[in-house]
Design a binder for this molecule. Structure first.
Ligand code: NAP
Length: 311
């Protein structure tokens, strides 16, 4: 193997996000070659499949990296085994079911001298870096996050998302928090929350969050899965120099209503480029800030039981 050979990567959990985004992004990046899958349901035609991560690690020492694309509750054991076998590792968002397990993986990656990349795909949306730069030297007054989508449309038949650790409406909501924690020049701390749990469900269908920052900055976030019709993934930041708006999940940016950025969806291409760069530099990228805000909401939030919801 030479320095320019592609990194052989395996996908673990061949579901919606693996098929929609990981497979095309790996195929489009010469730094990687899809070498295998770990799938309970059969994997991909023409690609060697293993029933377990242990079997793959044992049989394929040539595979240098794994992308874990299962739901968050089912990743830790596979992640710990891969890092202990000195393979580089990419985690889908959210990086785990608890803050503590991701910290444990971070320590394991460091001990084994391999890359751990806890991805936040929304941070690779086209307008996120321009927004961060525009906000860098502004005085911030208010941040308003509105993230409302139709769970039946985006998560049909996904039982895990309603189970403990599946995060409910925070599964999309954490994408908004991953953008906010990336673009603001100062941290926000959660000061209050209301979580709405449908009767008989173990995860919230809606949430309202209140945050505070330095200098009187206030922020709110409203997440709701009961939205039908147009979907809303917006962030508005009021500053001393105008109002910055991010729309379409960070793909578009406007200032005082004037469009500044309108980009294509290249989030996962950006993720795989960064993974290759991190591996090349021997670095890791694990930012727990969005997961900590969600954990804080579960710790501090008042719980309301609302009308039962059927998929
Ligand atoms: P999914 O399709 O419901 O599940 C992904 C795959 O994980 C399944 O097809 C299955 O693959 C494996 N899996 C499911 N349950 C498992 C279990 N109990 N134990 C072990 N493996 C299991 O989920 P998804 O929508 O791809 O989401 C996966 C992750 O990606 C989540 O963290 C989600 O937040 C994130 N994500 C999803 C989207 C999206 O649009 N759906 C977008 C961005 C990020 P096999 O049958 O191959 O084993």
């Amino acid at each position: 193997m030479t320095a320019t050979d592609p990194i052989r990567v395996a996908i673990v959990g061949v579901g919606k996000i693996a098929r929609d985004q990981h497979l095309p992004s790996i195929a489009g990046n010469p730094a990687f070659e899809l070498a295998a899958t770990v799938s309970r349901s059969g994997g991909i035609d023409g690609v060697p499949n293993f029933a377990t991560v242990e079997a793959l690690l044992e049989a394929r020492p040539d595979i240098g990296a794994l992308s874990l694309c299962q739901p968050p509750q089912f990743r830790y054991d596979a992640a710990a085994k891969a890092l202990s076998a000195r393979r580089h590792l990419m985690l889908e968002k959210p990086p785990g079911a608890t803050v503590g397990e991701v910290q444990a993986l971070q320590a394991l990656a460091a001990r084994n001298g391999v890359t751990l990349f806890a991805t936040w795909h929304s941070r690779f949306a086209a307008a996120v870096q321009p927004a961060r730069q525009w906000l860098a030297d502004r005085v911030l007054r208010r941040v308003t996050v509105t993230w409302k989508e139709d769970v039946r449309l985006w998560h049909p038949g996904q039982a895990w998302i309603w189970q403990p650790g599946g995060l409910g409406v925070f599964d999309p909501g954490i994408n908004a928090l991953s953008i906010v924690t990336a673009i603001l020049p100062q941290p926000l701390r959660l000061v209050g929350a209301v979580l709405e749990f449908p009767a008989g469900r173990e995860a919230p269908i809606a949430a309202h969050l209140d945050f505070a920052g330095a200098g009187g900055l206030v922020a709110t976030a409203d997440f709701d899965w009961r939205q039908t019709g147009p979907q809303t993934w917006d962030i508005e930041v009021e500053t001393d120099a105008g109002v910055l708006t991010l729309a379409m999940g960070g793909a578009r940016m406007a200032v005082d209503g004037r469009p500044v950025v309108a980009g294509d969806d290249r989030e996962y291409a950006g993720i795989y480029s960064r993974f290759a760069g991190l591996i090349g530099r021997g670095a890791s990228d694990v930012d727990l800030a969005p997961l900590v805000q969600v954990a804080d909401a579960f710790m501090l939030g008042r719980r309301k039981v609302v009308e039962a919801f059927e998929d």
